[in-house]
Design a protein around this ligand. Structure first.
Ligand code: UD1
Ligand code: UDP
Length: 358
């Protein structure tokens, strides 16, 4: 088996910011086990949404970047699929590895399945049970097609079981927790973001916002901003390009207590999360990071895939309700312990061990 593994070839298919972090950890764990290629769909393309992460996290340069950019779901996914399929025709890997729930995940899952190439889904089994979320559709399809399903939590395994998916399912822990544990020391040593922004620990809140359900509708986005404006505290807002575009399109101004900055690199983001008094977000990854770092989290959604953070009392849901957002900022004060939900920082190692023997 060891000899065979030396010649194994894996292909990571990635395209969006959180996937660079997840793939970086799996790539590190893969090490010299065999060949590795990285297909970047180009879904995210700004310097600080893409290249910066490769550089900071030591993720090898993409073997190929399809440069698909934005567009409707159909346009974006079909451009990805054409490029991915051409690559798979020329370079058949032993395993395709897909991550999370973006259109890049879906494109990779569909192309690999049609070419009968074995597929491993990292961060399998997550469900919001809300089909209005494009990510939910991407997850359901990817989990149906994948041969190996690497779940980050017990709940994710249960979700798959409820859909009749039990073969190839492993609870390995969360590769994003691996990333946080691995990079936190470097972040503490290297990041100067608090000084750069003139911030003191615990004297600011951190806001991120990018879900289509929150930012693509003017009234919804305006309600969230209203809730933020009613908070008498500085809020730092590294604005996602989607949200920046929508703020401009809707001609909406952010309230005076919100300080808009460019998207941050991963190390700076970890420091901003750790030192924030509160995080207000609709991001999946940031809810978990808040939990792991012990920063209270207000989630600007009606439901979450990361239910354990809510059950443990460190995360609460407000949706886009401006009164709830303001009220929770003042009355939500978590105190309990934070059980070890996301594994021991070795999820990626476990993934590689299973890949090598499957
Ligand atoms: C995508 C994922 C979402 C994930 C998020 C992580 C889908 C359906 N959504 O959402 O699950 O949580 O990434 O951040 O796959 N844009 C830029 N520059 C960039 C990237 C995007 O200007 O570097 C613009 C695009 O042109 C587009 C908009 O932002 O107009 C949205 O980008 P897109 O990748 O389609 O979706 P995200 O909202 O980023
Ligand atoms: N992140 C970052 N800089 C930012 C915003 C987010 O490095 O300005 C990191 C964050 O720490 C987390 C990941 O990106 O690791 C989350 O990505 P995002 O919120 O874009 O997507 P989601 O997790 O919701 O799919």
């Amino acid at each position: 088996m060891i000899e065979f593994c030396k010649f194994m070839k894996i292909l990571h298919i990635i395209g969006a910011r959180p996937q660079f972090i997840k793939a970086a950890m799996v790539s590190k764990a893969w090490g010299q086990n065999g060949e590795e290629a990285i297909l970047h769909t180009g879904q995210h393309y700004d310097e600080n949404m893409s290249r910066l992460f490769f550089a900071e996290l030591g993720l090898p340069e993409p073997t190929l970047n399809l440069g698909v950019g934005g567009g409707s779901h159909a346009e974006q996914t079909s451009r990805m699929m054409t490029g991915i399929d051409q690559y798979l025709e020329a370079e058949t890997p032993d395993w395709v590895i897909i991550y999370g729930d973006t259109n890049s995940t879906l494109g990779g899952a569909l192309c690999a399945a049609k070419r009968l190439i074995r597929t491993a889904h990292v961060e399998a089994g997550l469900r919001s049970f809300n089909r209005a979320m494009p990510e939910e559709i991407n997850r359901v399809v990817s989990d149906t097609l994948a041969n190996l399903l690497f779940c980050p939590t017990v709940k994710a395994v249960e979700n798959l079981k409820n859909e009749g998916i039990t073969r190839g399912v492993f609870n390995v822990g969360d590769v994003m927790a691996d990333g946080l544990f691995f990079f936190l020391k470097a972040a503490r040593e290297k990041s100067t973001i608090l000084e750069d922004l003139g911030l003191s620990p615990e004297y600011y809140g951190l806001v991120t916002l990018h879900r289509s359900g929150n930012v693509d509708n003017r009234d919804t986005l305006a309600a969230i901003l209203k809730g933020m404006g009613q908070i008498d505290f500085p809020l730092i807002f590294p604005v996602h390009p989607r949200t920046r575009k929508m703020l401009e399109q809707f001609n909406l101004a952010v309230p005076g207590n919100m300080h808009v900055i460019e998207p941050l690199g991963y190390l700076d983001m970890l420091m901003m999360e750790q030192n924030a008094e509160c995080i207000l977000t609709d991001s999946g990854g940031i809810q978990k990071e808040a939990y792991l770092l012990g920063t209270r989290c207000i989630t600007l959604r009606d439901e979450t895939e990361w239910v354990e953070t809510v059950e443990a009392g460190w995360n609460c849901l407000t949706g886009a309700d401006s009164s709830k957002i303001t009220a929770r900022f003042y009355d939500f004060k978590p105190q309990g312990s934070r059980p070890d939900i996301y594994g021991d920082g070795r999820a990626a190692d476990k993934i590689i061990e299973i890949l090598k023997t499957s």
